[in-house]
Design a protein around this ligand. Structure first.
Ligand code: SAH
Length: 227
């Protein structure tokens, strides 16, 4: 899988892909993440990537030319399954959307900033728009990192124990059960006895019960909504 992220603030995307699982995924050659600085595609003398909004609306708008040039340049090198624009009015990101995107070969993720991108980009270049929640961020970079993270960890081979993604919340229409690690007794706060029993079946039954209990209590809406 290859993910090309287009941004006017590449520095914001340095750290998320340089550590832990996302870094390992790239080191193993399973995923390639390439961040593109929009300024490199600017056409004006001062390398502007934004300009005043037509109609007198307050706030700057990201210009069409640098984005279009960047997307066109990428498309000349390979074909893309999706050109995704991160946007608060896009489709809400869920585990189901992440599962779907994890099957793709190449995708572009476009990060907006300021008031967003010129509408013509959304109409003619973008194939899909995704929101990470009903709130407004100052830029699409953090949202792009969230999207890329949730997609990359689903690519086969990225997680060392491949089944572990399947036991995460939402994947099976249930929230995850509680987890514990050493010590078994922290100043009288004990780990449930059953987890120390070594009885695999009983442990699995207990985990299922706890997952069900937690889902009914916190997110009854997802019960049975297997992805
Ligand atoms: N004026 C826009 C918000 C712009 S916020 C509006 O009211 O809809 C600036 C940029 O941050 C957006 O272009 C988008 O790329 C990103 N962004 C903000 N909130 C987001 C969210 N919830 N999900 C995904 N991207 C978001």
């Amino acid at each position: 899988m290859r993910i090309d992220i287009i941004t006017c603030l590449p520095a914001l995307l340095e750290s998320p892909f340089a550590h832990s699982i996302l870094q390992r995924a790239q080191n193993k050659g399973l995923v390639e993440v390439v961040v593109h600085d929009l300024r490199a595609y600017a056409t004006t003398k001062h390398k502007n990537v934004d300009d005043y909004a037509y109609g007198g609306t307050a706030g700057m708008v990201m210009m069409i030319e640098p984005i279009a040039r960047c997307i066109d340049a990428l498309k000349q090198q390979r074909s893309y399954n999706e050109v995704i624009y991160m946007s608060p009015d896009g489709q809400l990101l869920t585990q189901g959307v992440a599962n779907e995107l994890s099957l793709l070969q190449n995708m572009i993720i476009l990060c907006g900033h300021y008031k967003g991108v010129d509408e013509r980009i959304r109409e003619h270049f973008v194939t899909r728009e995704i929101s990470i929640g009903d709130y407004v961020l100052s830029g699409g970079e953090l949202a792009a990192a969230v999207l890329a993270d949730t997609v990359i960890r689903l690519v086969p081979g990225v997680l060392s124990d491949e089944t572990s993604a399947l036991t995460d919340s939402f994947q099976d229409g249930l929230l995850a059960p509680p987890v514990y690690t050493r010590p078994a007794d922290y100043q009288g706060l004990k780990v449930p006895e059953i987890l120390l029993s070594g009885n695999k079946q009983k442990i699995e039954d207990w985990q299922y019960e706890k997952a069900l209990e937690r889902t009914k209590l916190r997110r009854p809406g997802i019960l049975g909504s297997e992805e």
